[in-house]
Design a protein around this ligand. Sequence first.
Ligand code: HEC
Length: 462
Amino acid sequence: MMSVFIGRFHPVFVHLPIGILLFAALLFFASKKQKFAAVSTAVAPALALGSFFSILSCITGYLLSISDAYNEGIVFKHQWLGIATAITSIVCYIAYQKKFKYAGILITLLMTLIIITGHNGGSLTHGEDYLTAPLSNSKSDKKVIANINEAVVYKDVIEPILAAKCYSCHGDSKQKGKLRLDLPNYIMQGGEEGKVLTPFQPGSSELINRLLLATSNEEHMPPKEKPQLSKDEVALLHWWIESGASFTEVVKNTKQTDAIKGVLAAFSTGDATAAEQTQLPAQKVSAISSDLLTELNKQGVAVVPIVNESNYVRANLIGVETLSANTFQLLSKISDQLLQLNASFTTIKDEHLSALSNCKQLKQLELNGTSITNKGLASLAALENLEILSITQTKATAEGISSLTAIKNLKKVFLYNTSFTSAAIAQLKQKIPGLLIDTGGYKLPILVTDTTEAKALEIKTN
Ligand code: HEC
């Protein structure tokens, strides 16, 4: 255990020889100039001290490498680079003492080695692209999945969770418990104690069980001092394994509980092109005050900018335990900035919708899988800027949407899994010309009340 403890100091410790040896090199080259000749007396002690600390760094580094699961390839290289640096520093010291003619070349070599070894060590602790990551303009923002139904469960939903919460210890650079979670074959291979995942059986999958252990338990993952998974993330991993832990399956082909549907909806903007379609209003708005944001967050309302550096926002109510009038009062305080609202799979009710009529800027509203009815829809008529409305899996009918004819900007309505009949849709299209109706490609039920013409239509709407 003592060796583990000492090893942990390696990352702190290595800065000493780096600093001292580079300083020694500086003194050496400076002393060549007449003006600084006096500093030459400091070169030998600096080289000696630097050599001493580089040997200590090798020792602490070795102890760290055996106590922690680092990428063996990089460790191997780093270890030998480190040893080469230490030896070179001793050679430099001796060469300098013996007034060897080419000491300057050796010292240049030493500087090069220090830089390479240091960079290589940084890759071990911070990941290989640590240095270049800020340069490559990869977006670190949480990905918005435009059309969650078409998303690949593993690639789009699961992998980002593992990457954010597990790769630091179970990835390319480190494999704690001999487990890697960054590629399908490694995930299936398991770790030290064998398989960590049994498809269709989340209950007997170590990968899930570890997440569910009390944080105080030593085996809990991720270890308690690290960022933890949210309840939703655990639920998603559970759902993925329960659905067979496929690496290629798309969301729409999986079984989803209501809870999972809700979580998935949070990823979605509700429409493949919604993000592009939402044009920001030309006029500028002020930012929402941080007090108000805190208050909203406290209620579980997630507020995110629609595009970076804009004050216009999208709000998501999925995290709100029980929606109350209070929530909508808060929302009306951000009515100037609120362009999109996702209330899908929440407990939102008709009466809440009338409270929304203040949010005049609202362009997109998602109410999928809620208990709203035509009555609630009627109160949306005041939302003159509304362009996209998503009411799949609700009790709304064509009548409800007809009450929205007053909204001239309404462009698209998502309706699948509602009780709409093909006849009703045909009617609706007549009433609101130009309205795009997305039925998700699902076949709509044909009721006896439908006319024969409507049956013939058999909806190819998409
Ligand atoms: C801070 C480092 C760290 C993070 C982050 C981390 N783990 Fe671990 N994990 C460990 C260590 C250390 C072990 C080995 C000790 C043990 O078995 O508890 C381990 C072991 C495991 C094992 C058992 C492997 C075996 O066969 O013994 C599983 C499963 C696991 N982790 C899953 C996860 C998952 C899933 C995540 C992300 C949600 C995660 N870990 C994040 C450090 C971490």
